[in-house]
Design a protein around this ligand. Structure first.
Ligand code: GDP
Length: 332
C-alpha cells in the first residue's frame, strides 16, 4: 500500500503574493502549528517542496510571492507537469489588485500547456471581516477574475473559489474540496459511505486523512459545519491517545500486542454518538449518529463499519492492481 500511495500522490502547488499566508496555511494544516504561532513564522523566501506522509502524501510547493515563474530560465514543465491543483492564496485584508493580475496571467499561461490543472483560489484571512464585507470581497474577486479572463477570450475557466482562514475549520474544508477533485475513486467512496449511513442510522460519515484532518470523502448528505467540526476535533483527541499509548504512527509499527486499528465512540448527553474507526494507517472514518438508541445498536454499527472498512481498502487495492497490469502491458 505504501509504495503505491507514494507513486500516485496528487500534487498541490500553493502560490500567491508574499505575506498572503502560504507558510501559515502549510504549517497549520500539515504540521499542526497552532494558528496564533504563525505570527512568528518567517515569510516564504524560497521554493519549498514539502512532502507529507499522509494518505495522499501530496506535496505543497510553497513559492516566494514575487517570483516570476514564467521567466524563461524557469522550468515550467518541471513545476507544473505533475500538478493536480494550483492553490492561489489571496490576502482578503490587503489590496489584492496585483495578486489578481498575477492570477489571471497564470491561468492564461496554464490554459494552453496544462489545461488539466484545477485552479483553486483561496480568498484568505477572512476571520476579521464581517459577513457582508466578506461576501462583497468574494464577489469582487470572482467578478474581476471572470471579466479579465473573458476579455482575453477564455470563457468557462476551470477556477473555483473558497473563503478561508487558519483560525477556523474553513481552511481544512477548502483543502478537502480541492483534494476530493483529485481522487478518482471519489464516487465509489461516496456510494460506500451512503450505504453505511443508511444501514447504520448515521447522520453523517466522513473519511478523514488522519495526519492533515482533510476529509477525502463523505456521504452525500448536506454538511453541517458544527457536526463536521466535532468529527474533525474528535480525531485529535483519539489520535493523541492512541499515539501516546500504543502506536508509533511515523515509525509504522505497533508497540506490543493490540488491535491493528484504533476504534472509539463517545456518547454525549442527548444520546448523540461520535464514532471513530481507523480504516488503515492513513485514513479514519468518523461518523455522527444522532439517535439515542445508537448505544444499543453499537454491535450492528461495528459490523457495518467493519464491512465498509474492507470495501474501502478493496477500492484502493483494485485500482493498484489495474495500474500494475497497465504498467506490465496486460489488458484489463
Ligand atoms: P507567506 O509569505 O505567503 O508565506 O505568508 P505567511 O504565512 O508568512 O503569513 C503572513 C502573515 O499572515 C502572518 O503574520 C500570519 O500570521 C498571517 N496569517 C496567515 N493566515 C492568516 C489568516 O487566516 N488570518 C489572519 N488574520 N492572519 C493570517
Amino acid at each position: 500500500m505504501d509504495r503505491k500511495l507514494r507513486q500516485n500522490k496528487p500534487r498541490l502547488l500553493l502560490m500567491g503574493q508574499r505575506r498572503s499566508g502560504k507558510s501559515s496555511i502549510t504549517s497549520v494544516v500539515f504540521h499542526k502549528l497552532p494558528p496564533q504561532e504563525t505570527l512568528f513564522l518567517e515569510s516564504t523566501t524560497r521554493i519549498q517542496k514539502d512532502s507529507m506522509h499522509s494518505f495522499m502524501d501530496f506535496q505543497v510547493w510553497d513559492f516566494p510571492g514575487q517570483l516570476d515563474y514564467f521567466d524563461p530560465t524557469f522550468d515550467t514543465t518541471e513545476i507544473f507537469s505533475e500538478i493536480g491543483a494550483l492553490v492561489w492564496v489571496i490576502d482578503a485584508q490587503d489590496d489584492y489588485s496585483e495578486s489578481l493580475n498575477r492570477l489571471t496571467t497564470t491561468i492564461l499561461n496554464l490554459q494552453t500547456t496544462f489545461p488539466h490543472i484545477n485552479v483553486e483560489v483561496f480568498v484568505h484571512k477572512i476571520d476579521s471581516l464581517n459577513d457582508e464585507f466578506k461576501a462583497d470581497i468574494f464577489q469582487d474577486i470572482v467578478q474581476r477574475v471572470g471579466d479579465e479572463l473573458s476579455d482575453q477570450g477564455y470563457i468557462n475557466p476551470n477556477v473555483s473559489y473558497h473563503l478561508t482562514s487558519i483560525y477556523d475549520h474553513s481552511i481544512f474544508e477548502a483543502f478537502s474540496k480541492v483534494i476530493q477533485k483529485l481522487i478518482p475513486q471519489l464516487d465509489t467512496l461516496e456510494t460506500l459511505l451512503n450505504v453505511l449511513v443508511n444501514k447504520s442510522g448515521m447522520a453523517k460519515a466522513y473519511l478523514f486523512d488522519i495526519l492533515s484532518k482533510i476529509y477525502v470523502a463523505s456521504d452525500t448528505r448536506p454538511i453541517d459545519m458544527e457536526v463536521y467540526e466535532m468529527c474533525s476535533d474528535y480525531i485529535d483527541v483519539i489520535v493523541d491517545i492512541t499515539d501516546l499509548f500504543s502506536y508509533e504512527r511515523s515509525e509504522r509499527r505497533t508497540l506490543g500486542e493490540q488491535m491493528e486499528e484504533a476504534e472509539s465512540s463517545m456518547t454525549i448527553q442527548d444520546g448523540t454518538m461520535i464514532y471513530l474507526k481507523e480504516i488503515n494507517r492513513y485514513l479514519c472514518l468518523v461518523a455522527y449518529i444522532k439517535n439515542p438508541e445508537a448505544k444499543d445498536k453499537k454491535g450492528l454499527i461495528d459490523y457495518n463499519v467493519h464491512v465498509i472498512q474492507d470495501a474501502i481498502n478493496d477500492v484502493f487495492e483494485r485500482k493498484w492492481e489495474k495500474e500494475d497490469k497497465n504498467e506490465n502491458g496486460e489488458s484489463s
